[in-house]
Design a protein around this ligand. Structure first.
Ligand code: FAD
Length: 411
């Protein structure tokens, strides 16, 4: 539903009575430029986008979403849909059209007996984790806690628990979804199956989801997690180890490799781990990792699951400008690692980073055509993230991220 082209009118040319009538049909607020909360509501995580919708409908219910969709369709407006606002390419905010802002929709209901949770599309990962962890339960979510469940789920949803429990979509049971014609449908494995297939990985292209229901699992309350940091000079050895270790350990272990600059300006490589099984078995499984190289710091230990879920937040704060290139790597050959390291050595901003995330276990045991998310082979998800503070520096930092197209384009 993101970024439909305007067909007839634009909100700017709409008369006040039409807007007032729309406002009267909403339970949530309708904001326009100049109003107090407008500038806060139009901000998204990626500071590269400073777009100005003509109207922001801050929906509080499915009925508000239906009103907003019907209004946009009948008025021929450009539409953007905002959940948690973490769209890297800025799809959740538009210029001149109607922004359908779902962030006030925060309802969460855990059923500890059925081990399921139902959540509305304005919920952030940390909010979902907090409610489910109150019952010792969790489902696969991403690794930065202020990401929205909505966009994350619709894109597949990778996270620390995916080796054991699959992607977020592999735990999705039902959605309620408002279609472009304003009808609200329920989709699941046994109802509107095609639509359910499409929303599991197909993004926001099929309608606006107003409720997600997920399967939960016993997790925590503590897990074994954290990071081990090495100086960049050891990166070839660390990444070669990572290639074999990250794919050949039990499903309970997830390992992310990250190349970045430490807050005191040191180029480092980190292996960040999450072991979600028994703590004693986890210690044994981490043994080979603890023998590796000469670390600067070993910060792996027992911690609350929610603490691990927010551990990377500080490295990816809202507001900075970003440009990212990502892809999937079926192999991590020595030459490829060397190419990555050469590229990282040319990093143009101290806030930028390169990340690898091993996709193995339960993720790879789902057929490629079972959902709209087809990347089901054992492989590494690979992300080159350029981040910078001064908007005027866009060209140089995005050029760095694009600099190894042959990596980002690989499948
Ligand atoms: C810092 C950061 C960390 C990340 N970490 C991970 C990770 O660990 N794992 C992972 O899998 N992904 C990760 N991502 C990617 C993230 O999942 C996507 O950017 C996701 O789209 C963000 O969802 P959102 O609701 O926050 O974003 P939004 O910007 O609100 O929405 C993203 C897209 O989904 C559409 N959309 C939002 N809500 C709805 C809805 N209810 N119905 C229909 N369409 C909707 C929007 O229109 C937009 O196109 C990360 C992204 C960032 C920026």
């Amino acid at each position: 539903m993101s970024q439909h082209r305007p067909t007839a009118s634009s909100a700017a040319s709409m008369d006040e009575s039409t807007i007032a009538a729309f406002r009267g049909h909403l339970r949530g607020e309708l904001q326009q430029p100049g109003e107090e909360a407008y500038d806060t509501a139009r901000k998204i995580w990626n500071g590269m986008f400073d777009r100005r919708p003509a109207l922001i409908a801050r929906c509080v219910s499915a009925a508000d979403v239906i009103q907003a969709v019907n209004f946009a369709r009948t008025q021929g407006l450009l539409v953007s849909v905002r959940g948690g606002g973490h769209s890297l390419p800025g799809h959740s905010v538009c210029d001149g059209g109607l922004m359908i802002d779902l962030s006030p929709m925060k309802g969460i209901r855990v059923d500890p007996v059925r081990q399921t949770v139902r959540a509305e599309p304005g919920v952030l990962l940390r909010e979902l984790d907090r409610e489910t962890q109150a019952f010792g339960l969790a489902t696969t979510c991403g690794v930065v806690s202020d990401t929205g469940i909505a966009g994350l789920t619709l894109g597949g949803g990778q996270g620390w628990l995916m080796g054991k429990y699959g992607l977020t979509i592999d735990n999705l049971l039902t959605v309620d979804i408002v279609l472009a014609d304003g009808r609200l449908l329920c989709a699941s494995e046994c109802e509107n199956e095609d639509l359910f297939w499409a929303v599991r990985g197909g993004g926001g292209n099929f309608g606006i989801v107003t409720s997600f229901e997920y399967r939960l699992h016993r997790v925590g309350p503590t897990i074994l997690g954290g990071m081990i940091l090495y100086p960049r000079e050891q990166a070839q050895e660390v990444l070669s180890f990572y290639r074999d270790y990250s794919m050949n350990t039990p499903d309970e272990l997830s390992v992310v490799a990250a190349l970045f600059t430490s807050p005191d300006g040191l180029p480092v490589v980190a292996l960040v781990v999450c072991w979600s099984g028994s703590l004693a078995e986890g210690e044994a499984c981490l043994g080979p990792l603890r023998q590796l190289g000469t670390p600067l710091a070993d910060l792996v230990g027992e911690m609350p699951y929610c603490q691990l879920q927010s551990m990377l937040d500080a490295a990816l704060p809202p507001g900075m400008a970003r440009y990212s290139k990502m892809g999937y790597l079926p192999h991590l050959e020595e030459q490829l690692i060397k190419t990555v390291l050469d590229h990282t050595a040319e990093m143009s901003s101290p806030y930028s980073m390169v990340l690898f995330n091993a996709m193995k276990g339960a993720v790879t045991r789902v057929a490629a055509d079972a959902t709209a998310f087809p990347h089901r082979n054992p492989q590494w998800h690979f992300d080159i993230v350029a981040q910078w503070l001064d908007a005027a520096e866009q060209e140089q930092h995005s050029a760095w991220a694009r600099g190894r197209q042959q990596l980002a384009g690989r499948r």
